[in-house]
Design a protein around this ligand. Structure first.
Ligand SMILES: CSC[C@H]1O[C@H](OP(=O)(O)O)[C@H](O)[C@@H]1O
Length: 350
C-alpha cells in the first residue's frame, strides 16, 4: 500500500494537500479547472506527472456536470481551460504535453459521429486513462532503472541517493526515481536509500522521507549540504533523480539542487541517472538554455522580513553530467541517444 496523492471517481476529484504533510493528512476537493489551477500553483499537489493528471482530471470533473450544444462548443471550452491550466507552473512540461494531446484528441471528436454528450464522456475517459498509464509507466521505469544499477554494482551493497520527491506523491503512484528505489526494495536488493531535505519546500524531508518510512524502507535523510561528504565517505551506487522537462539533447530541468548533485557525482565517479517518462520529454527544445525556470515567492524560503531572496524552483543539469543515463519506460538511454530512441515511441502518446 503506498500513499495516494490523487483520489478520483467520475465526477469527483480529491487531492492529498501536500502543504500539510507529513503532520496532517487532509484530502481537499477539486471541483473544476480553477480549483485545479490553484492547487497546482500553491503546490498542494506537485510533481510533473501529478500536475498533468490533476490538471486534466480537474477539467474532467468540470466537464462532467456541463452540457454543450455542440461538440465544437465543448472543444472550444476544453481548449480554453487546458491552455489556462498550463499557465499554473511553467517549468514541468507534462501539463503542456497533455494539453496539446487532448486538444488534438478533442478535434477528432468533432467529426460529426458523436453527440456532444458522448464526445464529452470520451474525453473524460481519456483523462481518466492517465492514472493507470502513469503507474504502468513508473513500474517500467523502476524495473529498467533498477536492473541497470544492479548490472553496474556487482556484489556491492546498493545505496542510492535521491533528491526532491518523485514518488507516489509526485505521480499517480509508484513514482519515477523513487520507483527505481521501490523496485530495488521489492527485489530485496536495496541496502540504503538516502534522500536530501530539498530546501526550501522540503519535498525530501517532508514527502520522500514520509514515503520511505511509510513503506519501511531502510532510509536516511541528509541535508542538501551533506551530499558531497556523503559521496566522499559512503559507497553510493548511484544518484537517481526525477525530471520536470528533458529536452532533445538530454539537458534536464529538475528541482533546484539537482545540478550541483550532478557535479559532485561526476567528481566522485558516481553514476547519475535521470528518471523521465515520455510525457516529460520535450523534443521541441534543443537545449536546456530554452527552459523557463520558475521562481517562487520569498515567503516560501524565509520568515525574515526585508531580506531579498532568489528562489528558483529548478535548475538545468547538462546532458554530459547525466553519466548513468536517462531511465524511461522504454529503457535506459545515454542522453546523446535519447532523441532518436524516443522518436520511435512518440505515437504511444494519445
Ligand atoms: C516525478 S518527477 C517530479 C519532479 O517535480 C518536482 O518539482 P515540484 O515538487 O516543484 O513539482 C521535482 O523537480 C521532481 O523531480
Amino acid at each position: 500500500m503506498t500513499l495516494q496523492s490523487i483520489k478520483y471517481e467520475r465526477g469527483r476529484l480529491q487531492i492529498l494537500d501536500q502543504l500539510l504533510l507529513p503532520d496532517t493528512t487532509r484530502y481537499v476537493d477539486v471541483k473544476n479547472s480553477e480549483d485545479g489551477w490553484q492547487a497546482i500553483k500553491k503546490m498542494q499537489v506537485r510533481g510533473a506527472p501529478a500536475i498533468a493528471i490533476v490538471g486534466c482530471l480537474s477539467l474532467g470533473v468540470e466537464l462532467y456536470d456541463k452540457t454543450f450544444m455542440s461538440v465544437s462548443d465543448m472543444q472550444s471550452f476544453v481548449t480554453e481551460k487546458l491552455n489556462y491550466l498550463v499557465t499554473a507552473r511553467p517549468t514541468a512540461v507534462n501539463m503542456a504535453d497533455a494539453a496539446a494531446r487532448f486538444m488534438a484528441f478533442s478535434k477528432t471528436l468533432a467529426d460529426g459521429s458523436l453527440s456532444p454528450g458522448d464526445a464529452k464522456i470520451r474525453l473524460i475517459e481519456e483523462f481518466e486513462s492517465m492514472l493507470e498509464k502513469d503507474i504502468a509507466t513508473n513500474k517500467l521505469i523502476g524495473k529498467f532503472g533498477g536492473e541497470d544499477i544492479l548490472s553496474r554494482s556487482g556484489s556491492k551493497p546498493i545505496q542510492i541517493l535521491t533528491h526532491c520527491n518523485t514518488g507516489s506523491l509526485a505521480t499517480a503512484g509508484y513514482g519515477t526515481a523513487l520507483g527505481v528505489i521501490r523496485y530495488l526494495h521489492e527485489q530485496g536488493k536495496l541496502d540504503q536509500a538516502f534522500c536530501t531535505e530539498t530546501r526550501p519546500y522540503n519535498q525530501g524531508s517532508r514527502l520522500t522521507a514520509y514515503e520511505l518510512v511509510y513503506e519501511k524502507m531502510n532510509a536516511t535523510l541528509i541535508c542538501d549540504s551533506m551530499a558531497a561528504l556523503l559521496m566522499h565517505q559512503k559507497n553510493i551506487s548511484a544518484v537517481v533523480v526525477g525530471a520536470d522537462r528533458v529536452v532533445s539533447n538530454g539537458d534536464t530541468a529538475n528541482k533546484i539542487g539537482t545540478y550541483q548533485l550532478a557535479i559532485v557525482a561526476k567528481h566522485h565517479g558516481v553514476p547519475f541517472y535521470v528518471a523521465c517518462p515520455l510525457t516529460t520529454y520535450d523534443g521541441s527544445k534543443k537545449s536546456g538554455e530554452e527552459i523557463v525556470i520558475e521562481e517562487r515567492p520569498a515567503k516560501e524560503m524565509t520568515t525574515v522580513k526585508g531580506i531579498n531572496c532568489w528562489n528558483p524552483a529548478f535548475d538545468v543539469t547538462p546532458a554530459e553530467l547525466i553519466t548513468g543515463g536517462i531511465i524511461t519506460e522504454y529503457g535506459v538511454f545515454p542522453p546523446s541517444k535519447l532523441k532518436e530512441e524516443l522518436a520511435k515511441y512518440q505515437n504511444d502518446k494519445l
